[in-house]
Design a protein. Structure first.
Length: 533
């Protein structure tokens, strides 16, 4: 009896040893052959950037002032409290910024989905209860009715091992897409802050142009009244009367068009601020003069700042996301190896049959060996998309360089033009004084006065428009340099009432308060320090 038990024990031990050998061999194979397919991300090259530094910048600023320039809040250099307040309102209320913030949450959730593939992909609990009733009717050997209740329960586990780096590349791609959405939100801040400042000063410039037109119309109205009186008394010709009237009405006719422009600009500001069209209380007061922008605070920024522009960083992260997709596609060329296991139990309330418990565990393999070129062509497709994004990154950088250069030239040339227009206005004002004097003394006709009035109005307006253009060029330069964004949390990007509504619909954990990454200019800068529920 003792021998029989020993032989049974030995027979049971044989498959156990075989299983251990298979598992050990498979583990060794996995550890030795585990790899990550596909190319690792590399920042696309911009060979021209190293030597690109226009001489124009050096004309505007010294190194010390350049280092002190804060591009993040460049609008503070205008010293305009109203503008500062409007920018803060834009951060809270602008709907485009809100959408960009929600896209960050979307991509963060997608990253959490990709991250979950590091763990067993199949974790399934199943169970069933069934009652069976058998009734017999008629026949010679009729029997009693029978009822049977059966029970089943089981747990199945499936874990595809990341043998070829499929899931690691998926996480890498999702992380890069997440960081791209962050830089997209930063880029939205850059564009919208610049648009707000540009519209704000365009509104103020239009207000001043209307005031200037009103002022000149009043002067020309007085001249028209005088010529009308002189004509009525026979001391002036009808030609002088109608010339004065024509000039007065022509100036008056410019005001409605300026008012239309003012209304359109105001409505555009309302859209940026998340308001319906209407009056903006902050802009009701009469405008003061446009700020004098100190040119030494505008330029002289190194070309390396171009690479920190949010749209350039976003393009780089899109390249990183697509680079990982090649590894995902290549992984389909190789077998998918999984560990499978299950535990089950079944029974019923019949004493005639026993309850049954089952356990199983073992490796599994799936391999598409005949795909007729589908997988290899998918690899090629992903590679072509990668090269497209690399080219788009290079095109984005070139476009950024062009915008910087255009804005810098506009700043310099508008300063030069302003100096000339200032002299022109002074000359036009002096010419009007002389024309009035000569007309009163009888040395020249009224036409000289009209010509001088027209010239003064035209040059004064040109000077005012150029002041606005100079400010607009400065704003364009700050935008071209990628200034005007800051790191903000989801709580700052999305209003409290919207976050509360989202919480009522879904469990967001702490994602609605979690800060976004501070560093988004280097790969692999976030994933190790964050968990995604």
């Amino acid at each position: 009896m003792i021998r029989r038990l020993s032989s049974q024990t030995a027979r049971r031990a044989v498959p156990v040893r075989v299983t251990h050998i298979l598992v050990s061999g498979l583990s060794a194979l996995l550890l030795s052959a585990c790899t990550t397919l596909g190319p690792d991300y590399q920042e696309p090259r911009l060979d021209w950037l190293q030597d690109w530094q226009p001489d124009l910048y050096g004309q505007l600023i010294d190194r010390q002032t350049r280092d002190e320039l804060d591009l993040g809040t460049w609008w503070h250099l205008f010293n305009d409290p109203v503008l500062n307040d409007l920018v803060e309102q834009l951060r809270r209320e602008n709907l485009s910024l809100r959408i960009a913030g929600l896209r960050i949450l979307e991509s963060q959730a997608a990253l959490g989905i990709a991250d979950s593939n590091r763990y067993p992909q199949l974790q399934q609990i199943g169970g069933a209860i069934a009652y069976t009733n058998t009734q017999q009717h008629g026949g010679v050997a009729s029997g009693a009715d029978q009822g049977l209740t059966s029970y089943q329960a089981g747990f199945t586990l499936g874990w595809e091992l990341d043998f070829w780096g499929r899931f690691r590349r998926g996480i890498e791609s999702a992380e890069a897409a997440y960081l791209s959405s962050v830089t997209d939100q930063h880029d939205a801040q850059v564009l919208l802050n610049a648009q707000l400042a540009d519209l704000y000063f365009a509104y103020r410039t239009t207000q001043l142009r209307i005031a200037l037109a009103d002022e000149n119309a009043a002067i020309q109205k007085r001249s028209f009244d005088i010529t009308e009186q002189l004509y009525s008394s026979g001391q002036q010709s009808e030609l002088d009367l109608h010339q004065a009237k024509t000039q007065y009405l022509a100036t008056l006719a410019t005001i409605p068009g300026l008012q239309v422009t003012l209304n359109k600009t105001r409505n555009a500001l309302c859209v940026l601020l998340g308001r319906p069209p209407g009056e903006i209380p902050e802009l009701v007061e009469a405008p003061g003069p446009l700020p004098a922008v100190e040119t030494q605070l505008i330029s002289g920024i190194p070309a390396r700042l171009l690479l920190r522009r949010p749209d350039v960083r976003s393009a780089a992260w899109q390249v990183a996301a697509q680079s990982a997709q090649i590894g995902l596609a290549e992984a389909d060329l190789y077998p998918a190896i999984s560990l499978l296991g299950s535990i089950g139990w079944s029974g019923n309330d019949s004493r005639a049959t026993p309850d049954i418990a089952t356990q199983s565990i073992g490796p599994g393999l799936q391999w598409n060996i005949f795909d007729y070129g589908r997988i290899r062509n998918n690899v090629r497709l992903q590679d072509a998309r990668l090269q497209q994004l690399i080219t788009r990154y290079q095109a984005t950088a070139l476009q950024a360089a062009g915008e910087i250069d255009d804005a810098a030239v506009s700043v310099v040339k508008s300063v030069e033009q302003q100096a000339i227009l200032t002299q022109s206005v002074a000359s036009a004002r002096r010419a009007l004084e002389i024309a009035n004097t000569r007309y009163r003394e009888g040395y020249s006709g009224f036409q000289r006065v009209l010509d001088a009035q027209r010239a003064l109005f035209a040059q004064t307006e040109r000077e005012l428009v150029n002041q606005g253009a100079h400010i607009s060029a400065a704003i364009a330069l700050y935008k071209a340099l990628g200034g005007g964004w800051m790191h903000i949390s989801a709580a700052d990007m999305i209003p409290a009432d919207v976050r509360n509504t989202m919480r009522e619909r879904s469990d967001w954990g702490d994602l609605l308060e979690q800060p976004v990454p501070v560093r988004v200019d280097q790969p692999n800068s976030v994933h190790e320090s964050q968990q995604y529920d």
